[in-house]
Design a protein around this ligand. Structure first.
Ligand code: MD5
Ligand code: FE
Length: 203
């Protein structure tokens, strides 16, 4: 189901590895300007994943709901710019999966520490659900939960490793998905952490 070129989703093992040496300092600068923070769900629960954004639009959640905004609500400044390298990586991965001309305007940065998880959900806050989502995994390995069209569908478990890129699109774009609690560990470059970059066309 995750074979490239099928018009759906594609798991590209190690696709981001050639970018990592330049990507990590760029990410450091972004989270210095727009620090990772644990946002609250509309129901008032603190998310275990810490988040920030770069690009024209950033995804946030608070008591008023989920949405994309142009400014970081912590600083009231625009989100840091999307590094050119990240645009290049996202475009190349999308193309490898069969999507030409993917230009994301939003990158959500998800930081998972051991024990952090993401409950099953759908991504549907974006305007153009025909555009794919490119997700880049860095640091500790995670077990990705790839569900179905209904929340009750039993999810498949997929290991996502440092450098893996997944392009989610076509019929998979609205599948329920999540991440199992991160296992403890220490990654040589990122320490006790998994970072997931989620690149989207949100506006
Ligand atoms: C993660 N993040 O590993 C994932 C990667 C999020 C989120 O889910 O919303 O921040 S993106 C995974 C994704 C997106 C769209 C569709 C599907 C998966 N899918 O069909 O399974 O932190
Ligand atoms: Fe998601």
């Amino acid at each position: 189901p995750l074979a490239p070129g099928a018009g759906g989703s594609a798991l590209l093992r190690g696709f981001a590895l050639p970018y990592v040496a330049q990507l990590l300092p760029a990410l450091d600068a972004i989270v210095q300007a727009a620090p990772l923070r644990h946002m609250a769900t509309p129901g008032g629960l603190r998310m275990s994943v810490a988040m920030s954004n770069c690009g024209q639009l950033g995804w946030i959640t608070d008591a008023r709901g989920y949405r994309y905004v142009r400014q970081d609500p912590v600083s009231s400044l625009p989100w840091p710019a999307m590094p050119a390298l990240l645009l290049e990586l996202a475009g190349a991965a999308a193309l490898a999966a069969g999507y030409a001309g993917f230009v994301p305007d939003a990158c959500l940065i998800n930081s998972y520490r051991p024990g952090a998880r993401m409950a099953l959900h759908q991504d549907k806050d974006e305007c153009d659900l025909g555009a794919p989502i490119v997700s880049v995994s860095l640091g500790l390995p995670a077990t990705f939960l790839f569900g179905g069209a209904q929340r009750s569908d039993k999810p498949a478990r997929i290991a996502l490793l440092h450098g893996d890129v997944v392009v989610w699109g076509g019929p998979d774009r609205l599948r329920f998905h999540g991440v199992a609690p991160l296992a403890a560990g220490e990654h040589a470059l990122l320490g006790a952490q998994r970072i997931n970059l989620t690149l989207r066309k949100a506006g």
